[in-house]
Design a protein around this ligand. Sequence first.
Ligand code: 6GU
Length: 233
Amino acid sequence: MRIDVVSIFPSYFDGLTLSLLGKARSTGLLDLNVHDLRDWTHDRHRTVDDTPYGGGAGMVMKPEPWAAAIDDLAAIDASVRPTIIFPSPAGEVFTQASARELSGSDHLIFGCGRYEGIDERVFEYAATRGEVRLISLGDYVLNGGEVATMAMIEAIGRLIPGVVGNPESLVEESHEDGLLEYPSYTKPSLWRDRPVPDVLLSGNHAAIAAWRREQQFERTRLRRPDLLPGDES
Ligand code: 6GU
């Protein structure tokens, strides 16, 4: 998979050279390219923002550098129509299902907005170059799309076959089956007066599986009732 990220703070993404995603990049499973939006400006001050029409607080990102960036990045591989993601608190909410769907793409482009956002016409223009998605991490506000993009790249990247060494570790995680994951324990079996649940030491695999399933339902009911069928919230 090829991923291009456009940001005015490219160094945010230095962390993506670490750990599993860093390895995936060096082995070629993930071709991640981070770009500075200002490289698509032409004025001396490398201007990317301006005041909003209609008035209001803050600045809006100008359309021209974004259009030039999208044109160049979408043309890199003319054989695929890229998915162009703009992180936005006004977008659809990102879930494990979104991550799964996007992990099947050949080319993702992330456009990280800052300030009060990007000129609305950029989203329409981008739709002439790829499939546009506005995606939010959740119901809170970040200062820009960079942290959201990193979260999405990590969630998507680890689902690319071969990125996570043991594929079984992917199936038992929270959200893959619509439930929270069961609790985990390691040695010592008694630690600061706290024992590991007996069933996990029993060697009875059917009992262990049943207990873990029960724990999944119990935690989901307590912490995330909205995930269970019949919850209207
Ligand atoms: Cl994707 N962007 C910003 N700026 N804030 C957010 C968000 C995205 N998701 C949640 N809050």
